[in-house]
Design a protein. Structure first.
Length: 401
């Protein structure tokens, strides 16, 4: 068995007694669902390997399936079969899986392997030309020993190093270790980000986190970090949901949960709309993905986290923000403050050291640092005017001194 130390050495230094550069094996990590980004990455790597020193490409697979269409998956498997450089596929390390479309990659590869403790789903493509013996059927998941016995894979190599030394074109030393260099390839940071987002747990959590942050921003003064992070989370979630098979009706139901919560958040007391929001949250979360819900841990984090925020955190924040001194906020009319963000026509001002959203007439924009006077209150927004040039003191309208 090839040791980890030996494999590390293969990927790095050259033999000082043999300075001639060796050919290389390119190892590509195929982890997570096969989405458009990962499919394009594999195709590009296969195409780019032609005419280089790469003697073989190895797909290290750990995937629960593919979210690309059948036509796109067929294009990918054709590219693997017709590659000028042999493409092999190994499912590992132990505990990994190749299911659905990922198993079809093994069927397309010239050499395939499955590490002990891993499993592969018997797909129609993988079972083509194989006698399953009546004891195994398409759709069943089998382990390494059974897969090798049936001929679904070529070997049950326990580590990738042992799998590599059995590939055609790989030079092996007298000690049984590969002399061919091993180079590892993976998605760049941007592609990795979007590939990660295109997974059910991540897309779902980004969706509920983004929605919660936007509701939080609705009840705070000014446009802050919460709003920007929430918007960014929703954009990433939208990409992930566009790639994944989702139920549109469930997405709509889940989206309606947050306006329902917001109604009772403003009152500070859970009432009818809290019940509606809770029901919509649970139903939408469970039914969101067409292939079934994400793990119970993911659902628990999303549902319980949202309920804690909406039933505990948000009402407490609102009560603190608009506590007794602000009930009947007419006292604020006539108060003066300072613009901390240009009000043209919307911005942020501070009144008695508290930040507030503010609005002014387009004809009288207010610059940062200018003094302002509150002329009216519209919900959570203060109507203000510049002190310089104001027609009259509106403090009298509010009964102020």
């Amino acid at each position: 068995m090839l040791s980890l130390v030996s494999l590390t050495g293969v990927a790095g230094a050259e033999d000082p007694e043999d300075p001639e550069p060796r050919d290389a094996v390119r190892v590509l990590k195929v982890s997570g669902l096969i989405d458009p980004i990962l499919a394009s990455f594999i195709e590009d790597e296969v195409a780019d390997a032609a005419g280089t020193d790469v003697v073989a490409i190895v797909l290290q697979v750990n995937s629960d399936g593919a979210v690309v269409g059948d036509d796109r998956l067929d294009e990918l498997t054709r590219a693997i079969r017709s590659s000028a450089v042999p493409v092999a596929a190994w499912v590992g390390p132990s505990g990994s899986a190749a299911e659905g479309g990922a198993a079809d990659l093994l069927a397309a590869a010239q050499v395939s392997g499955l590490s002990p403790g891993s499993r592969v789903e018997v797909t129609s493509a993988l079972a083509e030309g194989v006698d399953l013996g009546g004891r195994t059927s398409v759709g069943e998941k089998v382990g390494a020993e059974r897969a090798a016995e049936l001929g679904l894979v070529d070997n049950d190599a326990p580590v990738i190093g042992e799998f590599i030394i059995g590939l055609p074109g790989v030079e092996v030393s007298d000690e049984g270790e590969p002399r061919t260099q091993v180079r590892f390839g993976q998605l760049d940071l941007t592609d990795q980000l979007f590939h990660t987002v295109a997974s059910p747990p991540v897309a779902y959590l980004l969706l509920v986190i983004g929605a919660c942050l936007l509701v939080f921003e609705l009840f705070t003064a000014g446009v802050g970090v919460a709003g920007m992070v929430g918007a960014g989370s929703l954009v990433l979630a939208a990409y992930g949901l566009a790639v994944l098979p989702t139920n549109t009706w469930a997405l709509v139901v889940l989206g309606l949960a947050f306006p329902a919560f917001a109604v009772d958040v403003q009152t500070g007391v859970p009432r009818f709309w809290t019940g509606v929001g809770t029901m919509a949250l649970v139903v939408g979360s469970v039914a969101l993905f067409a292939d079934g819900p994400p793990s119970w841990i993911t659902l628990l984090a999303g549902i319980v986290g949202t309920l804690l925020a909406m039933l505990g955190g948000m009402p407490a924040m609102v009560r603190t923000r608009f506590s007794t001194p602000t009930i009947g906020r007419d006292w604020m009319i006539g108060e003066t403050g300072v613009a901390v963000a240009a009000v043209d026509p919307d911005g942020v001002v501070t009144v008695r050291d508290a930040p507030w959203r503010a609005h002014t007439n387009r004809a009288t924009p207010i610059a940062v640092g200018d003094e302002v006077r509150v002329t009216a209150i519209d919900g959570l927004t203060l109507e203000v005017e510049p002190i310089v040039g104001a027609a009259r003191d509106h403090r009298a309208r509010g009964g102020g001194n």
